[in-house]
Structures are given as structure tokens and as C-alpha cells.
Design a protein around this ligand. Structure first.
Ligand SMILES: Nc1ncnc2c1ncn2[C@@H]1O[C@H](COP(=O)(O)OP(=O)(O)O)[C@@H](O)[C@H]1O
Ligand SMILES: [Mg+2]
Length: 397
């Protein structure tokens, strides 16, 4: 029998989507095939403390982390396991490396070697390339996109600029920094000019969004100048850069799940019918009245176009493993607009990502097997790349 793999599932995190992450992690931990995997649970609190142990998910849910075992991952490539941290004094952290027998009271490796990490962290410090950088340093295989793909997909402005350069269809948009906004407000004439020209270019309704956030936090749909100004002020409280986008009206919200590394595949698309005026935080997580229709009622030709754009966007942003690509499709004309790419999509029992693959013939358990295999494949591929060169004397001649 082959040895079971140790999968470290990381959840929670310093993000507005902390709670959603706990529900996603619960589903993933329950679904992982226990004949193949041992699960190592790692929780990150809202203020960024790391905890471990069988009960860490429950402790994070209850907020009762005083009893929790404090542990962390280190960037040292020789460790590859969770290391306990002395609660009383960080400076006392010692690491008992696998090849020394030194006696220490803290900083012990408390798990077997981790074979693969499954970050189930949505939003900031989890989906944005920061924690992926730690896995890279530690030389650990991990599920999902790498540093680059995660970072560019998390930032709406960068994501849009890349997709626009490849002529992928998107709603018209402009962007500005918070500093520019404050400057505009102080210079009445230019301010008016900017508002007039932006309103003319986009036309109401307009969507205003922080560039680097998710779950619709800080997003407003505005229909007049007064609301427009308030919305930019609000978005500026969440990010230094603000997206201002033409509202697509009378449209269907469509989502596609993409799976793979260098040659990814797209699932059948699904439709979201938000309970509110748009798919805001409450419609996503609070009121439970948004509907999901799988497969989305679209003509075959449009489905294929959407799938092609989804795969193209995934590759352009250097995504890996998984991503959910979202679209708006006009009801009458079926005109397609790429909306955004999420590299760690919701993964609860009712989330679109696993549901779309289930409807495409891949069960959630099989999907997790594939994601772990893709993580190992990507890590293996990277290991084979040449990272140092043997200098030869004749090169300098
Ligand atoms: N240009 C737009 N036209 C119409 N609806 C939009 C537009 N942009 C955003 N929305 C609505 O706002 C929701 C959240 O916007 P999105 O850009 O997906 O942000 P997030 O990353 O927070 O999910 C969308 O699902 C959609 O309902
Ligand atoms: Mg979205």
C-alpha cells in the first residue's frame, strides 16, 4: 500500500473573507479521502496568529484561541513541518532540526513532514501571493496559483490591464489612485471635468470597487453623481487604487470553473441569480436567497466562447491548479464580458467551483485528488528548472 500523504490545510486568515474560508476548509477536510491523506490543520486568526491541532478549526470558529497550540511554518527548506512556538516569548523560538539532537523546550517540529499544502484562504494574505511566497521559500508543493498568478488575479486593475492587452472582452472602465482622488476633490475645475468625462464615457449605472479586495466588500452600484462621489470615497477606505466600471445591464452572471496547469480545462458554466440588485456581500453570504443554475441556460456556441475566454484568462494571468472565472452575458444579444478571475474560489458544499465540476462529471473528492496531483506536478516541474549555472572561465574571456 502506498504511504498516506500529509496534506496541510490552512484556513481563516487576515481577510474579510475569514469566515467563508472556515466553511470552505470544513468541506475540504471532510471531503479529502482519508485513505489517501492525513490532514494537518493550520488556522490563521484574523490578526494573523497561527494555530494548529485537531481542534484548530473549531477554536477559530468559536474565537477561543487562548487554548490553541501556537505553531507556524518556517521558510527553511529543511523543516517542512509545523513548528511549535513558545507562547511566552517569541525570541526563545528554537528549531529542532531533523538532523540535530539538541534538547530544546520549544520550537519543536510537531507534525510529520508536510507533503503538500492546501491554502483555503480567500482574499488578502491568502489569495494574493503573499502566503504562496512562504510556500515557495519553504520548497513546499501547494494547491493553486503561484505568487505571480495569485497577485495579479487579486488586483482588479492589473488583471484587467493584462486581459485588455489580449483583447478579451470587458466592460469599459477607468481607474485612479486615492491620492489622485483627493487631489481632484481639492481642484474644483479639474474635478468637475473628470466627473463629466468619466460619466460620459461610462454612463450610469457605474460600479465603483477597491482594486484589491473580494466578496463585494467596498463595492457600490451608483446611478447619479452624488452616489458616485460617495462610492469613490468608500472604495478609497478599502484600497489605495479604485476601479470605476460601466455597469452591464439586463445581463446574466455566469461562472466557469477552470482546472489544470499548463493546459487547463473549463467546466460547464453556471448562472448566479443574485437576490439583491447585484451580487453584493449580503446576496453572497447573508440572505441565502441567491440562486445557482447549473448548467447556465446558454446556447452551445456562447458556452464554448465563454470556456475559451476562461481558459485564455487563466493562462494569461499565469494561474495554476484552479480558478473560477466570472462573466456577464447580456440577455438579449448574448454579448460576453469577462468580469474577474478568482484563484481560490469559494469551496463550500454549495459553492460554484465544486458544483460546476460535479456537474461536469468530477466529484468533489476526485476534484481534490486532481488539485493535489496538480500541486505536486507543478512543484516537480519547477524543481527540474535550472536555477543556478556553473560559471565557466571561458565565459569571461
Ligand atoms: N460592470 C458591472 N456590471 C454589472 N454588475 C457588476 C459589474 N461589476 C460588478 N458587478 C456586480 O458586483 C458583483 C461583485 O463585483 P466583482 O467585480 O465580482 O467583485 P468581487 O471581487 O468582490 O466579487 C458582481 O458579481 C456583480 O453582481
Ligand atoms: Mg466577483
Amino acid at each position: 500500500m502506498t504511504k498516506k500523504m500529509n496534506v496541510a490545510v490552512i484556513f481563516g486568515g487576515r481577510s474579510g473573507e475569514h469566515e467563508v474560508s472556515l466553511v470552505s476548509a470544513d468541506f475540504i477536510i471532510k471531503t479529502l479521502d482519508k485513505k489517501k491523506y492525513n490532514v494537518i490543520r493550520i488556522g490563521i486568526t484574523k490578526d494573523g496568529q497561527w494555530i494548529a491541532g485537531e481542534n484548530s478549526l473549531d477554536l477559530l470558529k468559536s474565537g477561543d484561541i487562548l487554548k490553541a497550540l501556537k505553531a507556524t511554518l518556517t521558510p527553511d527548506t529543511n523543516i517542512k513541518s509545523l513548528v511549535q512556538i513558545c507562547n511566552k516569548n517569541y525570541k526563545e523560538l528554537r528549531i529542532m532540526s531533523s538532523n540535530t539532537n539538541s534538547h530544546v523546550n520549544c520550537g519543536l517540529q510537531i507534525t510529520d513532514k508536510i507533503d503538500v499544502v492546501f491554502p483555503v484562504l480567500h482574499g488578502t494574505y491568502g489569495e494574493d501571493g503573499t502566503i504562496q511566497g512562504l510556500f515557495e521559500l519553504a520548497d513546499l508543493p501547494y494547491v493553486g496559483s503561484g505568487v505571480l498568478g495569485s497577485a495579479v488575479a487579486m488586483d482588479k486593475i492589473t488583471q484587467k490591464n493584462i486581459c485588455m492587452a489580449a483583447n478579451l472582452p470587458m466592460a469599459d472602465w477607468v481607474w485612479l489612485t486615492k491620492k489622485e482622488w483627493h487631489w481632484l476633490k481639492k481642484n474644483k475645475d479639474v474635478f468637475k471635468k473628470w466627473l463629466n468625462s468619466t460619466e460620459k464615457k461610462l454612463g450610469f449605472p457605474i460600479f465603483v470597487k477597491p482594486s484589491n479586495l473580494g466578496s463585494s466588500v467596498g463595492i457600490s452600484k451608483v446611478k447619479n453623481r452624488g452616489e458616485f462621489i460617495k462610492a469613490i470615497n468608500l472604495a478609497g477606505r478599502f484600497d489605495r487604487r479604485i476601479v470605476v466600471e460601466k455597469g452591464v445591464e439586463d445581463m446574466m452572471e455566469i461562472e466557469v470553473a477552470v482546472l489544470g496547469n499548463g493546459k487547463p480545462e473549463a467546466s460547464i458554466p453556471g448562472q448566479i441569480i443574485p437576490s439583491g440588485e447585484f451580487y453584493d456581500y449580503s446576496a453572497k453570504y447573508v440572505d441565502d436567497r441567491s440562486e445557482k443554475i447549473i448548467p447556465a441556460p446558454l446556447p452551445e456556441k456562447i458556452i464554448r466562447q465563454i470556456q475559451n475566454i476562461a481558459v485564455e484568462a487563466f493562462k494569461l494571468l499565469d494561474c495554476a491548479g484552479m480558478a473560477r472565472v466570472d462573466f456577464f452575458v447580456e440577455k438579449k444579444s448574448y454579448k460576453i464580458y469577462l468580469s474577474e478571475i478568482n484563484t481560490i474560489p469559494g469551496f463550500t458544499s454549495i459553492s460554484m467551483y465544486p458544483k460546476l465540476w460535479q456537474a461536469s462529471g468530477v466529484s468533489p473528492q476526485k476534484l481534490l485528488d486532481i488539485l493535489i496531483r496538480l500541486a505536486l506536478e507543478r512543484h516537480g516541474e519547477k524543481k527540474q528548472l535550472i536555477t543556478s549555472i556553473q560559471m565557466k572561465d571561458e565565459w569571461y574571456k
